[in-house]
Each structure stands twice: as structure tokens, then as C-alpha cells.
Ligand binder design. Structure first.
Ligand code: SER
Length: 595
């Protein structure tokens, strides 16, 4: 097999599915819009949820894309050979169009055809769903794999734990899947060895999910109106497996960044385990931070939600940079390397180049000195400690005075053989914690599939709010984030100072006036260029000719959006702004309710 680079795989995949009648769509933002269940986009299907549930997608019912994803469940694992906090997921979707037969045949063709990955068929193994009380054994997929030429021994039946995907949140579309693995040819580690085993014989490359169920809040599964296919192939991982590399950090994706880190540190990757680990952490965290800052919606470092995760990543990267003797101010160089590497695929990085530089510089400025002092303080604490526990008060001081995320204190402590009294930390933190706990409770309550009438009305009100803000504050206002629960909307927007009481009152009045006018809400499909010409606001795709939906409410609001929306503004009720506050620098946050 010839060597393959990430760019080759990306374009080969998208073009393959384009040839099979799929529209190539742009990667959605890393910040999920109107999805209260998670902080970041975690899979290609995630932004497509409304369409998997039956809404019509403007680009048609066969889609393909490469989606930016962030998974932060195992930040502390990063540094080993395979964990990354950011990755790209290639995917193709059928929205009620083709199903198992086509999906499997195309997967097989892409994996084995000489024109594409050219993997010998005997090097493949697949798993299919073994069946349980929720859904039957997937003999159909197994038969299709055999039709393609796989032998029975290459097909493994596995339970829900392994062969069921989703929902991404608590409720939503999900179903049995068939996963594809590269068989490295190593001997089986035991008679039971199969794709479910992590001994390294079988390496996963692709997942075809047959989404035919909707998981409900009571835990039961109801058949979906339409049968969908959702597939996902991790780009970095597949490049790694295909080339027989031991680690994703050996792929071209990281090669340039690692070289840059080597030069800055004047050390070699691989020189020692410690150096390798630190370089991987820096390479991963700076890449993720660059994508979060350079996103079409984007976040900036803060102490809550996405901003906190970003801060944690940047600060952890700084810590390991200092360990390698890389000085203050150098992080930007690594970040800009990524901007240059990815700018053609993700032009938003280039558009946000200055923001990336400014925010990283600011955060490094803020944290560098504190890290130095905090580390000294930590050493003192450890030297004085009687037992092997860092008490809550100290952990809180490290957080409050030196800006150590609690996870960093835990990591430092672990390295010294100490534990941290996290409970005690939480108690000290209670004021702040009360707020963030409330935040996460609300986030998990709604469920990904929650497009209830209430949330739909609140989402519609968000359009009116943005239009009103632009009338009151000017065109500088642009959406920076939106989050909706059953109770309220939250809207983040660019604006450089707090709003005055009068401006808040006027914004609220304009929205209520628009509601009272009982304007019908219309939706039209058009190209991005047409939408721009009509003065629509919203997140523009950047592909020429890309079709988008434009929702209009009289001449008050015109916005590109995926929906769903109310049909008339009069359905909304009374709009009340309950809070106007800072979200991060240059970004304000409004919370509002419909009563
Ligand atoms: N949703 C599935 C996954 O994330 C396939 O795209 O693996």
C-alpha cells in the first residue's frame, strides 16, 4: 500500500461520495447551535440531527463532509499514541434515501478498490449487531458483507456495547452499526480475540450506523419515520492505520507542528518518553485551541463552559512548553503553523488569524507568571504536607490566585504521588459551582433531539433578538453563540461594552413589537451569494453555489439558519430580557424568556 497523507484521504473520500450523488457540505461549527446537551460538536452526525429526525436538508438527502470534532472526555490521556482532543471526521449520510446495501457496498468499494484505499480484502474484519430486546440480529448486514466477498470468519457479531451508536446526547437518533477494522495480521491474543479486543490486532477505521430508532427520555426506542445512514471515519486515525504508523503523531497532520516544537525546544521527539509525551500534548492542545478560537462561531478563554475547556487546554500546553524550556510567546508560532496547514480546508482559521494570535498571547501573558509562582507555591505545599493529600483550601487557592484549573493541580499532585481533596475544593468553590452545576443540569435536561415547541419558539425569538440588537447597537453585532433550554434562550454576540438600560429596554421593545405584528415566518432556499445579496445575516457557507435556508420574519429579520422555527411571530408570547452580562472579552451575553 502506498503512503497516504491526510489531504489525499480527505479529498479522495469526499470525491468518492460526490460521485455517488452526495452533496459536499461545509463542516459545521465546533460549537453546537441550539443543542443544550453537549459543549462541543463530537461527531459528523451531530449538526445533522434535525435532518436525521426528518427535517428536509437544503442540499438534498445524500450528504458528505469532513466535520471538525472535539471530544474532551480524556484530556488527561493525551500524550499517549492515540488520544487527541480534536479530530476530523469524514462521513456520508443518507437522509431517508439509501440504506444498508448501498452503504456497505460503497464502504467496501472505497476500502478495497485500487482507485481508492486498495486494502486487500483479507486485511479487513467487520462487526455487526448481535441483536437484543431492542433490535434484531443484523443478518442483513452480514449477508451484504458476504456478497462483497468477506468470509464468515471476517464477520463478528457483537452486542450493543460495541455495535450500537448514539444517541449523541441522552435522546435522539441511534441504531445498530457495522464497524470496519484493519486486521494487522498479528496472531489472536486469545481464542475470543476479535474487533472488540484492544490487543492491537484489529484497528477500527470506519463505522456505518443504520439510524432507524429514536431513543426517548424513558429509555425506550421508537422507530424513526425515515431510515438513515450515518457513517464516520476518523481522518487522523485512518491515515495512521493505513500507513502502519505507531501513533497518530507520526502522520503529516502533526509532522510540521512537532518539527516546530522540536526547534523551539531544541530537543528531539522520541529522545525520551517524557519529551515525546510533552510534545504530543503541546501539539494536540495547541491544535484544538487554534480550532476553537478560529471557529466560525468560536470561543475565547473563560471560566465557564467551552471557554473553560479552552483555557484548560491552553494552560496545560503552556505547562508542558515550560517543561521543555519553550519560552513565553512561542505558542503562537505553533498555532500559526496549523492555520497555514489547514487554511484551505477551513478558511475560518485564516479569517480569525488575528484573533488566534491575540487570544493566545493574552492567555499566555495571564498565565505564565502565575504558573511560575503557582508551581513554587505547589512545591512549598508538598514539602510542608504531612500526609499525601492536598487539601481543598490549597487547591482552591491555586485556582483562585494562580489560575490553576483543578485538573492541573490533580495532575501535578499525581506526579508527586499526592491526591487532591476534590470534595473540599468543590466546597470552597461552592458559589461558583452552584452556577456551573445549574448550567450542566440544564444542558443535560433538554436532550439533543429536543425540538419541543418551547425551544422552537425560543429559537425563533433569538432571530428577532439578533435583528433588534443590530438595529439598536449597529452592525457590529454578530452571533457568537446560542444555547437554548426549555426555560430560556441565551445569546452571545460581539459588542465591545455593556449595554445601557435604555438599549436593553429598546431591544426588548422592538422584539415585542415584531411579535405583536403577527408576521408569518417564511423559509426560502437559495445560494449563499443570493442570501448575502438579500442582506441575510447568519453563518455563511463558503462554497460557491452552496444552497442554504433563509428564514424571514417580515422585513424585520432575515437570517440563514437550519431551523426549526415557529410559523408566525404571534406564537411567541411576551419577550423579556432577564440578564445582560459579559461573556468574554468583546462578547456580551443576553438571557431572555418568553412568558
Ligand atoms: N456517529 C458515528 C460515529 O461517531 C458514525 O458517524 O462513530
Amino acid at each position: 500500500m502506498k503512503e497516504i497523507k491526510s489531504g489525499d484521504l480527505r479529498s479522495m473520500y469526499l470525491n468518492f461520495f460526490k460521485d455517488k450523488g452526495h452533496a459536499i457540505i461545509r463542516s459545521a461549527s465546533l460549537i453546537p447551535e441550539n443543542d443544550p446537551t453537549v459543549l462541543f460538536t463530537t461527531a459528523g452526525m451531530h449538526p445533522l440531527t434535525p435532518y436525521l429526525l426528518g427535517q428536509k436538508h437544503p442540499a438534498g438527502n445524500r450528504l458528505t463532509d469532513v466535520q471538525k470534532c472535539v471530544r474532551t472526555g480524556d484530556i488527561d490521556e493525551v500524550g499517549d499514541a492515540s488520544h487527541c482532543t480534536f479530530f476530523e471526521m469524514l462521513g456520508n449520510w443518507s437522509l431517508g434515501d439509501y440504506f444498508k446495501k448501498e452503504a456497505i457496498h460503497w464502504s467496501y468499494e472505497f476500502l478495497t478498490s485500487e482507485k481508492y484505499l486498495n486494502i486487500p480484502v483479507e486485511k479487513l474484519a467487520v462487526s455487526v449487531f448481535a441483536g437484543d430486546e431492542d433490535a434484531p440480529r443484523d443478518e442483513e448486514s452480514a449477508e451484504i458483507w458476504q456478497e462483497c466477498g468477506l468470509k464468515k470468519e471476517q464477520i463478528f457479531y457483537l452486542p450493543k456495547k460495541n455495535n450500537w451508536w448514539g444517541p449523541a446526547g441522552i435522546t435522539g437518533p441511534c441504531g445498530p452499526d457495522t464497524e470496519m477494522f484493519f486486521d494487522t495480521g498479528k496472531p489472536k491474543c486469545s481464542p475470543e480475540c476479535g474487533p472488540q479486543c484492544d490487543c492491537g490486532k484489529y484497528l477500527e477505521i470506519w463505522n456505518d450506523v443504520f439510524m432507524q430508532y429514536n431513543k426517548k427520555e424513558d429509555g425506550t426506542f421508537e422507530p424513526l419515520k425515515q431510515k438513515n445512514v450515518d457513517t464516520g471515519m476518523g481522518l487522523e486515525r485512518t491515515v495512521c492505520v493505513f500507513n502502519g504508523f505507531k501513533s497518530v503523531y507520526e502522520t503529516d497532520v502533526f509532522a510540521g507542528a512537532i518539527k516546530c516544537i522540536e526547534q523551539l525546544a531544541n530537543k528531539k521527539y522520541g529522545e525520551s518518553d517524557e519529551i515525546t509525551k510533552a510534545m504530543r500534548i503541546i501539539a494536540d492542545h495547541v491544535r484544538t485551541a487554534t480550532f476553537m478560537l478560529g471557529d466560525q462561531i468560536g470561543v475565547t478563554p473563560s471560566n465557564v463552559d467551552q471557554g473553560y475547556v479552552l483555557r484548560r487546554l491552553i494552560r496545560r500546553a503552556i505547562r508542558f512548553m515550560r517543561q521543555l524550556d519553550i519560552q513565553k510567546g512561542e505558542m503562537v508560532k505553533i498555532a500559526l503553523h496549523y492555520v497555514d496547514f489547514y487554511r484551505e480546508v477551513y478558511p475560518e482559521l485564516e479569517e480569525n488569524r488575528q484573533k488566534i494570535v491575540d487570544e493566545l498571547t493574552k492567555e499566555e501573558e495571564k498565565f505564565s507568571k502565575a504558573l511560575e509562582q503557582g508551581t513554587k507555591e505547589f512545591e512549598r505545599v508538598v514539602a510542608k504536607a504531612e500526609g499525601k493529600t492536598i487539601d481543598g483550601q490549597t487547591a482552591f487557592r491555586l485556582y483562585d490566585t494562580f489560575g490553576f484549573p483543578i485538573e492541573m493541580t490533580i495532575e501535578f499532585a499525581k506526579e508527586k504521588g499526592f491526591e487532591v481533596d476534590v470534595e473540599g475544593f468543590r466546597e470552597k468553590f461552592s458559589e461558583h459551582q452552584k452556577k456551573s452545576q445549574l448550567g450542566s443540569e440544564q444542558r443535560f435536561k433538554g436532550g439533543l433531539a429536543d425540538h419541543s415547541e418551547k425551544t422552537t419558539r425560543l429559537h425563533t425569538a433569538t432571530h428577532l433578538l439578533q435583528a433588534a440588537l443590530r438595529k439598536v447597537l449597529g452592525d457590529e453585532v454578530a452571533q457568537k453563540g446560542s444555547n437554548i433550554t426549555e426555560e430560556r434562550l441565551r445569546f452571545d454576540f460581539s459588542f465591545g461594552r455593556p449595554m445601557t438600560k435604555e438599549e436593553i429596554a429598546e431591544t426588548q421593545r422592538l422584539v415585542n413589537e415584531a411579535i405583536k405584528k403577527a408576521m408569518p415566518i417564511t423559509c426560502r432556499e437559495m445560494t449563499v451569494e443570493e442570501a448575502k445579496n438579500e442582506g441575510a445575516i447568519g453563518l455563511f457557507g463558503d462554497k460557491y453555489g452552496e444552497i442554504v435556508k433563509v428564514y424571514a420574519m417580515g422585513d424585520f429579520s432575515k437570517e440563514i439558519c437550519g431551523g426549526p422555527h415557529a410559523t408566525n411571530t404571534s406564537e411567541l408570547g411576551e419577550f423579556v430580557i432577564t440578564k445582560e452580562q459579559s461573556s468574554s472579552s468583546g462578547v456580551r451575553r443576553i438571557k431572555a424568556e418568553l412568558r
